[in-house]
Design a protein around this ligand. Sequence first.
Ligand SMILES: *Cc1c(COP(=O)(O)O)cnc(C)c1O
Length: 407
Amino acid sequence: MTSSLLPTYARADLAFERGDGAWLTTTTGERFLDFGGGIAVASLGYSHPHLTAALIEQGGKLWHTSNLFEIPQAERLARRLVEASFADYVFFTNSGAEAVEGAIKTARKYQSVSGHPEKFHAITFEGAFHGRTLATIAAGGNPKYIDGFGPKVEGFDPVPFGDVEAVKASIGPQTGAILVEPIQGEGGIRVPAPDFLRALRDLCDRHGLLLIFDEVQTGVGRTGKLFAYELFGVAPDIMAIAKGIGGGFPLGAFLTTREAGKGMTVGTHGTTFGGNPLATSIGDAVLDIVLAPGFIEHVALMGLKLKQSLAELKDRHPGVIAEIRGEGLMQGIAVRVPVNEFAVAARAEKILVIPAGENVARLLPPLIIGEEEIAEAIKRLDSACLRIERERDRRVGMEASVNGTPA
Ligand SMILES: *Cc1c(COP(=O)(O)O)cnc(C)c1O
């Protein structure tokens, strides 16, 4: 079928009609176990009654007013985010890239109003992903996303992820911030050494730099903490979130301390849609669930079970799986076959996973999953591994018969 959508995606030949919990049903009635969660977005799964109720209730009253007026729903969600984090202020956006872009602007403005307009550079990390706007592709540094889009936005200095010495060596008179994902998502679920973020915090404090965490993927419970920075015992000055906070509704935010945000005064930044009553009502409903007593603990526990079961899966299929890595319900399976081949095999077993860098299949299931879904996922991934092994045996057999040796 020809499509009128700009062909920037190689889409799988599947369309979904409805979802419930961790399950998606296609237009032809097939059911898939979704361990991709729409790329960590469907944090509470599909058709969560509390989110649906919030959507219908606010949807029947008022969707949009613009930021020229007070928005009580946004006030309330911002207050809850501030109370639950390091931050003093929140600015709502419609996507992750906009949240990161706002975070970068906040850091640049801070340095500028502090008398250092020259300190507009941020140290960034190889393998990072920060979004697809002109500034965030430059910050991410992936040439595939940068090439052909004109002069690269200035001011991003990439160093190897996890390399503190390289960060030190890279700090210069123009450096004003360090921008980092506490755990790299699209880069391949790369978890840094426990003391890496602490070392970045120390360098920032020593050199008057702002520490920006991109928690667009790791935030809102994903790693078994409300924010991944809690895992490492290090707070940033500015943080971007998005994906999970809207539970599937487009919503992002950047959070800042009073000090780091001191340059962001009336008129310096804005958005037409960001923080509208509908989006922030739904974000608020997501927090009702995520902040409920025991919920985050549930995520951490399910994360441990998932990791344990994946380790056993690796032991059963050492020829397919090289490594398991991640925190909470953000787990990566590093595979020895092309990761797209693995994703296709998984899809044939009716489970969805998300390819990432370093040949890693990402598992980002809804945070509401229980042991039954984990057991079912492992069963299906086991079948996917068997499928790959059978296919490989068949290929080896064919080569052997071509070479005239018996298979
Ligand atoms: C997905 C992602 C983004 C970009 O979010 P969009 O909503 O696609 O703009 C930025 N940073 C990280 C870490 C992400 O995972």
